[in-house]
Write a protein that binds this ligand. Structure first.
Ligand SMILES: Nc1ncnc2c1ncn2[C@@H]1O[C@H](COP(=O)(O)OP(=O)(O)OP(=O)(O)O)[C@@H](O)[C@H]1O
Ligand SMILES: [Mg+2]
Length: 355
């Protein structure tokens, strides 16, 4: 056994909350090798860390998979105040809002309510995750949050470590929503200016790390929250969701005016609830009409990035807290996968253009 081999193996074990390797977090305090037996000392962020058994088990499993290894012992200790400070920083900053940070931000918006912003947000997120990207979801709908329910984490309360809020894990993604802080769906009754403060806190007090993509589920309309997002995350892009019926007058111009005002880039349009796909025979019926997405994309001079069919499974999966995008055989999942591919391509182009 040599130390390099052990450290290499430990670099593949992640802290379940911080989503970074134990080695990059400097959590491996000591490695003692006696013959083939190994004792590792892991420094936890806090002694009462609720994840400590998971960490111990992951370390044991990883090391025991090394050929020729003898006994593995894991000791736990706590980080020093200095270590914690270097890990979490003294002043919370948001790498997400940093214009030079690697995180690409997509705010999912629409001219009106109920068109499927939240559905598109969680499913696009899940499909991007499936492409191998590290994903965060910030539910900006403070009053009307629906992300936790759609991801089956409505009863999960976020943990706090050293004053930083840990995002709730869901399907390998990091999620934060007002819904994870209030009990039993009790209504949130704050006034407008409070909303900006909540967003600020969600950006700075939450330990996001640096996901590849952060998706924001905006509340309906072009209100205060959308402006706050643009102000606090100037690099955020907009993805506009619409339904296929003939455009309500002014929807496109409102979206365009808003992007103009905030200087945000519109990545493209997603048409949701396109033709209804019959679950029995697959026949398609254009219940809400056709071409709404195409028309909006043309008016905004941006690409139509996807058409998501209206299906029973989209709604029932959402109700069960599972993203339909992760289902194997499903027309809806296929549509979300195509959308994710296109969004990933566009974002890579942006990355390439910046370099
Ligand atoms: N493609 C689809 N097929 C079937 N049902 C869908 C589809 N997209 C969304 N829905 C359903 O429509 C309803 C509204 O969707 P969702 O909550 O995503 O809209 P929203 O735009 O986020 O609404 P709000 O403006 O209230 O935030 C939900 O019940 C959802 O399950
Ligand atoms: Mg919504």
């Amino acid at each position: 056994m040599d130390r390099k081999l052990i450290m290499e193996a430990l670099s593949q074990v992640n802290d379940p909350e911080l989503h970074r390797s134990l080695t990059s977090l400097n959590m491996i305090q000591d490695v003692v090798i006696e013959g083939n037996d190994v004792t590792v000392t892991v420094a936890l962020t806090t002694k009462g860390c609720p994840m400590k058994t998971t960490i111990v088990r992951s370390v044991e499993e990883k090391l025991q998979s090394l050929p020729g290894i003898g006994k593995v012992k894991v000791n736990l200790t706590e980080m020093t105040a200095k270590q914690k400070l270097s890990l979490f920083g003294s002043k919370p900053t948001s790498p997400i809002a940093d214009p030079n940070g690697k995180t690409q931000v997509i705010a999912v918006a629409s001219g009106k309510g109920g068109v499927g912003k939240s559905t598109v947000t969680v499913n696009l997120a899940a499909a991007l995750k499936q492409l191998g990207l590290d994903i965060g979801i910030l539910d900006c709908d403070i009053y009307g949050f629906s992300v936790p329910r759609m991801l089956g984490v409505e009863n999960v309360k976020p943990n706090a470590v050293e004053g930083r809020i840990m995002p709730v894990p869901a399907y390998g993604m990091k999620v934060i929503s007002m819904g994870n802080f209030v009990s039993d769906n009790s209504p949130v009754i704050w006034r407008g200016p409070m909303l900006g403060k909540v967003l600020q806190q969600f950006l700075t007090d939450v330990y996001w790390g640096e996901p590849d993509v952060l998706l924001l589920d905006l509340p309906p309309g072009t209100g205060d929250m959308a402006l706050d997002v643009a102000r606090m995350i100037p690099k955020s892009n907009l993805l506009v969701v619409t339904t296929p019926e003939k455009l309500a007058a002014g929807v496109a111009s409102r979206a365009a005016q808003m992007a103009d005002k905030t200087n945000q880039r519109i990545l493209g349009v997603v048409e949701n609830m396109s033709a209804f796909v019959c679950p029995c025979c697959g026949e398609q019926t254009a219940i809400f009409g056709t071409d709404g997405g195409k028309e909006l994309a043309e008016q905004l001079n941006v690409p139509l990035l996807g058409q998501i069919p209206l299906t029973l499974e989209a709604r029932s999966f959402g109700d069960q807290g599972r993203p339909i995008a992760l289902a194997d055989e499903s027309v809806t999942a296929a549509a979300f996968r195509t959308l994710a591919q296109k969004v990933a391509e566009i974002l890579r182009i942006t990355i390439a253009a910046k370099q």
